[in-house]
Design a protein around this ligand. Structure first.
Ligand code: HEC
Ligand code: HEC
Length: 85
């Protein structure tokens, strides 16, 4: 009976790995490799240059209707990765 559980465990691990490896490529725009974007965790500074009237504005879904950054988009570096990572 024990053997059966081991097999099940291995099967579940294989399934998890398969899901992880077949995940799609990152499509979120990466940070430009310049000095401005070197401190990628300095997220309080980001909206100043990427507000809705900026040249390279954040998409609508980053902002609340009040114009401030949505809580789930505050930490830019969660999604916007450096060029090579
Ligand atoms: C001093 C102004 C300035 C600050 C501060 C700044 N950015 Fe930018 N950012 C720009 C400009 C200008 C561009 C577009 C030019 C370029 O691609 O180099 C850009 C481009 C980007 C892009 C790429 C967009 C694309 O089309 O690929 C992302 C993502 C980004 N910024 C995120 C951030 C994040 C996150 C922060 C905070 C860590 C930040 N920016 C801080 C000015 C700024
Ligand atoms: C939950 C993930 C997530 C977070 C957090 C996030 N972004 Fe984004 N961002 C995206 C995705 C996905 C896109 C591209 C899709 C789109 O245009 O809607 C994008 C697009 C952008 C663009 C437009 C790039 C272009 O090509 O025009 C800018 C600028 C940007 N984000 C800046 C920021 C800044 C600044 C922050 C932090 C205040 C931030 N993002 C936080 C996921 C995120």
């Amino acid at each position: 009976m024990k053997k059966w559980y081991h097999l099940l465990f291995v099967a579940i691990c294989a399934a998890v790995l398969l899901v992880l490896f077949s995940a799609p490529e990152v499509t979120t725009p990466r940070l430009p490799a310049d000095a401005t974007h070197a401190d990628r965790k300095g997220y309080p500074a980001c909206p100043g240059c990427h507000g809705s009237d900026a040249e390279r504005a954040m998409p609508e879904d980053h902002l609340l209707s009040t114009g401030s950054v949505a809580p789930n988009h505050l930490k830019c570096y969660f999604c916007h990765k450096p060029q090579e990572d």
